[in-house]
Design a protein around this ligand. Sequence first.
Ligand code: SF4
Ligand code: SF4
Length: 107
Amino acid sequence: MTVNKQNYKEEFIECRPGCGACCIVISISSPIPGMPNGKPAGTPCIHLSADGLCSIFGQAGRPAVCSGFKAERAICGKNREEAIKNLARLEGLNYKNLHFKNQLPGV
Ligand code: SF4
Ligand code: SF4
């Protein structure tokens, strides 16, 4: 994932439990257990649980990019929908075409 941080001010926030937007929308190029080639943008990670949590949180195989990704206001927004829209824009995805957006946990 490449995020251009020049255009916004960093404001770290608490990650919303059950959101999971970043675990679906962003691409991950490093290997993930069970996904040796990482995952493309818009594809749910196989470790995203039905309640929107990381099922390998704290485990050795969890990608470093996941551990290092911090919730930020400019990316995560005020709710899951805003997060999906922001992340989709960063990944060059068309929000209107994201069929999973209504299938996220808790929606
Ligand atoms: S998009 Fe932001 S709030 Fe949602 S799960 Fe990821 S880091 Fe947490
Ligand atoms: S490994 Fe965990 S934090 Fe990383 S994308 Fe998958 S579910 Fe999300």
